[in-house]
Design a protein around this ligand. Structure first.
Ligand code: COI
Length: 349
């Protein structure tokens, strides 16, 4: 693979104690172009602006998908990637839905490996740090015809990170706007899903909520996700999360938490959840915890849910499932306990 190293590393200029999520990027990026029906050779370049024509299809029709994944440093200063196979699979599932050509496994895996080796210093070994990895593909043909592009660009960039959200998470149930309709692209990590969420989210922010809870597009009766997270309810001592459908993103953290919870003897139900069920559980005192999961946040408690004019405040539990599962997940990710699931893989450099 062709590698052009930067002559001006930014590493020593970064304040690692202050890393607002997704704002600092490591020194290098991987780039690979698709043309004439096949992916070309991947290349590593210094992170920086890319040439882009104003007629590039992605700018007009949003034909683009992305992934979010993380690497962690263990105490031996080795870099561990978490469930990279799952991210690769999901990237291609998203690509199929957006009519984007599949990425070859070797391009993805070798690219990731080479890039992480070069920028391994960007991941700190201290507790709480990780390297957020953002692979993405976009339509790069210079053409404004409303049809699938002939050319694509695949890029991987990485960003050192600490927390995604800080502080309280108060959410409101959204009954008008929809994240994803049935038959749409909700199960894919399509860039446009996120773009469409910003306006309703801003409205919720203006009312003092950090995020909203998305409900089904048809009746707005069933819970789907919260913000960019999969959502979980501890009702009594059962963990309930919406069953996957074509309007819900199959989170890799969601999947990991299901496995960990079951192995902790916690009953997990993946099924439809009515808003009314959540309210009834709260009113009868059995809504013990609510939390979200996602790559960026890991596991994030939800402090209150507002439905119309009523606010349900969820008190912190002494024996929090969210906390226990988060600690286990992060210990596996960081290599501080044995990974019996084979979820982590070492990047050798
Ligand atoms: C994730 O947590 O998996 C995400 O993709 C979050 C991202 C939109 C910042």
């Amino acid at each position: 693979m062709k590698v052009t190293k930067t002559t001006k590393s930014k590493l020593n200029k970064i304040d690692f104690s202050n890393l607002p999520f997704g704002t600092v990027f490591s020194d290098h990026m991987l780039i690979c172009n698709y043309k004439d029906g096949h992916w070309g050779a991947a290349e590593i370049l210094p992170y920086g602006p890319i040439p882009m024509a104003p007629g590039s299809q992605v700018l007009h029709y949003g034909q683009s998908v992305f992934e979010g994944m993380k690497a962690f440093k263990n105490d031996l200063n080795e870099l561990l990637l978490f469930r990279k196979d799952e991210n690769f699979k999901r990237l291609n599932q998203s690509a199929v839905r957006l009519s984007i050509p599949l990425i070859d496994e070797s391009v993805f895996m070798n690219g990731l490996d080479s890039l992480l080796k070069i920028d391994s210093e960007w991941c700190k070994a201290d507790q709480g740090y990780s390297l957020y990895i953002r692979p993405f593909i976009f339509a790069s043909s210079e053409c404004v015809k409303a049809s699938a592009s002939e050319e694509y660009t695949f890029i991987i960039i990485t960003s050192p990170t600490i927390n995604y959200y800080a502080g309280e998470m108060n959410v409101v149930i959204e009954e008008h706007y929809t994240r994803a309709p049935q038959g749409g692209v909700g199960y894919a990590k399509a860039a446009g899903n996120y773009a469409a969420s910003f306006y309703p989210t801003k409205q919720a922010n203006a009312k003092g909520f950090q995020q909203l809870i998305w409900t089904d597009a048809k009746e707005h009766k069933y819970i789907e996700e919260s913000g960019t997270m999969n959502i979980w309810f501890r009702i009594g001592d059962v963990l309930v999360t919406p069953a996957l459908s074509d309007s819900i993103l199959g989170g890799i953290t969601r999947n990991s938490i299901i496995t960990l919870a079951k192995d902790n003897g916690i009953k997990v139900e993946e099924r439809r959840i009515l808003i009314t069920e959540v309210i009834e559980a709260f009113n009868s005192g059995i809504l013990n915890e609510v939390f979200g999961t996602g790559t960026a946040v890991a596991v994030n408690p939800i402090n209150s849910i507002t439905f119309r004019d009523d606010r349900m405040v969820i008190k912190e539990k002494a024996d929090s499932f969210a906390l226990k599962l988060k600690q286990q997940l992060q210990a596996i990710q960081k290599g501080s306990i044995v990974d019996t699931y084979n979820w982590t893989s070492k990047v050798t450099y």
